[in-house]
Design a protein around this ligand. Structure first.
Ligand code: OGA
Ligand code: NI
Length: 338
């Protein structure tokens, strides 16, 4: 069994050899925090925020939202819950550890391929499906004792916010308001925990990647998330009680390239654990969903920029792209461009 970083890293004085990234994959110096990324108040007028969101999605593939309907208290409680979870004893956590990624619930460390990696990421991850709740809660952890109850309520609230944001994006694109919500949506929680690292310049929390799904909503408690814009890495300022909205490859395809997905990564720090609580919304992978640009966004003056493909196939080629050893070129989306 691979060892969770949260179980062995307390008090370590140097980065173990198998966590030292090759120089080209290290965080590098002089990463600036980007202050131009829009912060959108979801209680503002629709006529004001729809264009703001569209602009953010086409320029950055990412924005932050405040006044989003998930209460400050709920966000604080869930943050405490996950701190408690990752601080449980080695014995308690090892009972939950699993490297089987097709199961309802997994707790694993580093990437999805620990045993085959040359170098590991300084991160532990908990992942489980959330929708429909009744179907999935029995596979969730029951430690801390309040886990299922609290995470269930949180997942419901975040889903409401997420559906609202997807409606705003659909409206901005000129699609039916319910365009993204019409196909039943999967909702998955991915909680990444990054313990303090004795030398954050040598190791990495999560490597450069794009998300495969429609959108991801991230609650974070510390600086660490960075995005790549025009080939340059920039930091995302953590605003208290905000969610970060990250656009995935799927929504870029549906929008026929009007919206951009964003490559991102997570760096470490030496003093405080960072926990990012992610909610991934995607179309239901069990449906024979075809991924393609929305017909409404294709015309003779704006031809189809992506081929049509089955979502399941796309997920398989996405995983193969990131699991392949050696340097990477481009993104998993490149194979689908017309
Ligand atoms: C992810 C992700 C961001 C973070 O899980 O896909 O990008 O800060 N998470 O952990
Ligand atoms: Ni991501």
């Amino acid at each position: 069994m691979a060892q969770l970083v949260s179980s062995w890293s307390k008090g370590v004085q140097s980065v173990p050899k198998d966590y030292v990234m090759p120089p080209e994959n290290r965080p590098g110096d002089f990463i600036k925090v980007c202050n131009e990324i829009p912060v959108i108040n979801l209680q503002d007028d629709r006529s004001k925020i729809v264009p703001q969101i569209l602009k953010a999605c086409s320029e950055f593939g990412l924005f932050q939202v405040i006044k989003h309907g998930v209460s400050d208290k709920m966000m604080a409680d869930i943050s405490d819950l996950y701190d408690e979870f990752f601080n449980m004893s080695v014995e308690e956590k090892s009972g939950l550890y699993s490297e089987k990624h097709d199961e309802g619930f997994t707790l694993y460390t580093s990437g999805m391929n620990y045993t085959k990696e040359d170098v590991h990421y300084w991160k532990d991850t908990l992942r489980h499906a959330c929708h429909p709740l009744d179907e999935h809660t029995p596979s969730w952890p029951d430690k801390p004792a309040r886990y299922r109850d609290e995470v269930g309520k949180y997942a419901t609230q975040v889903r409401k916010m997420g559906s609202n944001i997807l409606d705003l994006i659909a409206e901005g694109l000129g699609l039916n308001k319910g365009y993204f919500n019409e196909i039943s949506q999967d909702q998955t929680m991915v909680v990444n925990h990054y313990p303090p690292c004795p030398d954050p310049s040598l190791a990495m929390g999560i490597g450069c990647h794009g998300d495969v799904n429609l959108v991801t909503f991230i609650q974070q408690n510390q600086y660490g998330l960075q995005i790549q814009k025009d080939g340059i890495w920039m930091g995302i300022n953590p605003i208290p009680n905000a969610f970060i909205v990250v656009l995935g490859y799927h929504i870029e395809v549906v929008s026929n390239g009007k919206l951009k997905s964003v490559e991102h990564r997570g760096v470490l720090n030496s003093t405080a654990a960072r926990t990012s609580i992610g909610t991934f919304m995607s179309l239901n992978t069990n449906l024979p969903v075809v991924v393609e640009p929305a017909k409404e966004l294709v015309s003779s003056s704006c031809p189809k920029k992506f081929k049509s493909f089955k979502f399941n196939e796309f997920i398989a080629s996405y995983l193969a792209f990131y699991l392949k050893p050696g340097p990477r070129n481009g993104t998993p989306l490149d194979a689908y461009r017309v």
